[in-house]
Design a protein around this ligand. Structure first.
Ligand SMILES: Cc1cc2nc3c(=O)[nH]c(=O)nc-3n(C[C@H](O)[C@H](O)[C@H](O)COP(=O)(O)OP(=O)(O)OC[C@H]3O[C@@H](n4cnc5c(N)ncnc54)[C@H](O)[C@@H]3O)c2cc1C
Length: 440
């Protein structure tokens, strides 16, 4: 998987980033007989899809862990074919809901979630109308402003908001627009699945033929002469083409400098599509906890978020994953950002305090270890997954437009399944086909 950086001979394509998109682009180039160099700033591959085995001594996905669009996800198909190596299954979706200390029927929360979804579907059915500028769309507004008061007044609204906004989109409803989905998202398949060995392990296996130059940070891309010249911390790389797969926030912050600058609309797009925040606060708990509270493997767990908690401060729990003793308490949106600022221990304390108030002050007897991710603080991702800012959904298409017939863009934000691993992976393959067809 690792390779040494070759600076001498000019290669066809240099791929920047070894996440799902970069690995898939590199793999496709290899298949098509092109010379390729994949460079990665971190000391590992996988980007936002990586399985760590050290923290808890068992597979722990620090980034992606749901196999979304299970029935239409080609990575699932790969894993199912490799059934001696991977245990892949569709999730049953058992739900456990607490209102304070009291276990309650999931009915009211599920109803509220479904009511928001139905309301959203109705909006999505409406024809989209262009604004006078002939670029942006009339209904491309914050979703929170469209939701009727009656729905917002429901006592489970903020819990549903946290589930469908902060955790699903990485932003709260005030920064979320359904026009992004209408214009840019394609529903590929139903349900979600899990892979016991970790999504990162599965992705690495799928792309095992790709050689990657690790610890290689690209700082500049010069495209004023022939081809591209990349300045990295390991020296200069020359290539005919490059494929940029770094996160949208890395591009927005100008962490890679383009010389000359890219056309202005590219920078508008980097700014218009934002990178939301979503983190796992994961606890390893004693078996006794799951037994005493009769918690089945892969149970989704909700604790009611108070109506006046704005942005919604709470978590989306996935308990006893894959029959292990790990439970994820995921946070998203502005609250996740705030917790990141407060630091690792504050994130863990938030979850522990919540669990003490639900399961009793002696909850700590079940506690073994905790870990909180902070993707917004990772200097090579700077966030979790993308979401169009209200009024800017039309700019997502601009993200993937190539520049100067030699700089191509891929990655989750450019995909019609944005926010997912299989979407990022597909974008890598597609960009190679676009690049190669432009050569004919
Ligand atoms: C906490 C979390 C949970 C998620 N949950 C799910 C889930 O359950 N299911 C799902 O399908 N998706 C999920 N996602 C989203 C999914 O992980 C991403 O959409 C996908 O992995 C992005 O892949 P990518 O290749 O586009 O980008 P990345 O994975 O970010 O890859 C880009 C790579 O570029 C590298 N890079 C950055 N700057 C430079 C530079 N200057 N030089 C060289 N290399 C550089 C980075 O280190 C990185 O490895 C989750 C994401 C997070 C953060």
């Amino acid at each position: 998987m690792k390779t040494k950086l070759s600076k001498s001979s000019e290669i066809d394509v240099v791929v920047i980033g070894a996440g799902a998109a970069g690995l898939s682009a590199s793999s496709e180039l290899i298949k098509k007989g092109r010379s390729v160099l994949c460079v990665e700033a971190m000391n590992r591959i996988g980007g936002r899809c990586f399985t760590n085995h050290d923290i808890f001594g068992s597979p722990f996905d620090v980034g992606a862990h749901w196999l979304h669009n299970y029935s239409g996800n080609h990575i699932v198909q790969y894993g199912l074919r490799k059934n001696k190596k991977f245990t892949i299954y569709k999730i049953k979706e058992d739900i456990l809901v607490y209102d304070g200390k009291k276990k309650v029927s999931p009915k009211h929360l599920v109803e509220t979630i479904n009511n928001i979804k139905e309301f959203k579907e109705k909006l999505l059915e409406r024809n989209i109308v262009l604004n006078k500028d002939k670029k942006s769309y009339r209904d491309d507004v914050p979703f929170i402003n469209q939701i009727p008061k009656k729905l917002k007044d429901n006592k489970w609204f903020q819990t549903a908001h946290l589930t469908l906004g902060a955790c699903l989109a990485g932003v709260d409803f005030d920064k979320y627009t359904i026009i992004d989905e209408k214009l840019n998202y394609e529903h590929l398949g139903e349900n979600d699945g899990f892979v016991k060995e970790g999504y990162g392990t599965l992705l690495a296996d799928l792309r095992k033929e790709v050689q990657v130059s690790l610890n290689t940070e690209v700082r500049e891309i010069k495209w004023n002469g022939k081809g591209v010249v990349l300045e990295t911390n390991q020296g200069t790389i020359k290539a005919k083409y490059c494929i940029v797969t770094v996160s949208i926030e890395i591009l927005r912050l100008g962490k890679i400098k383009f010389i000359p600058s890219l056309p202005i609309e590219k920078y508008e797009a980097f700014d218009g599509i934002t990178l939301g925040t979503y983190n796992h606060i994961t606890l390893k708990l004693k078996k006794k906890f799951y037994e005493n509270f009769e918690i089945q493997p892969d149970t989704y767990f909700f604790s009611k978020v108070e109506k006046n908690s704005i942005p919604p401060k709470g978590f989306f729990g996935s308990l006893r994953l894959h029959k292990s003793n790990l439970s994820y308490f995921d946070v998203g949106g502005q609250f996740a950002k705030d917790l990141e600022e407060e630091g690792h221990d504050a994130s863990v304390d938030f979850v522990l305090n919540s669990l003490r108030s639900i399961f009793g002050s002696n909850f700590d007897q079940y506690f073994i270890k905790a870990h909180a991710t902070s993707w917004g603080k990772n200097k090579y991702t700077m966030g979790s997954y993308s979401s169009a800012r209200p009024g800017k959904s039309h700019l997502r298409n601009v993200l993937k437009l190539p520049v100067g017939d030699r700089i191509y863009f891929a990655g989750e934000a450019t995909s019609t399944n944005y926010g997912t691993v299989h979407g990022a992976d597909t974008s890598g393959k597609e960009v190679v086909n676009e690049l190669l067809s432009a050569l004919i």
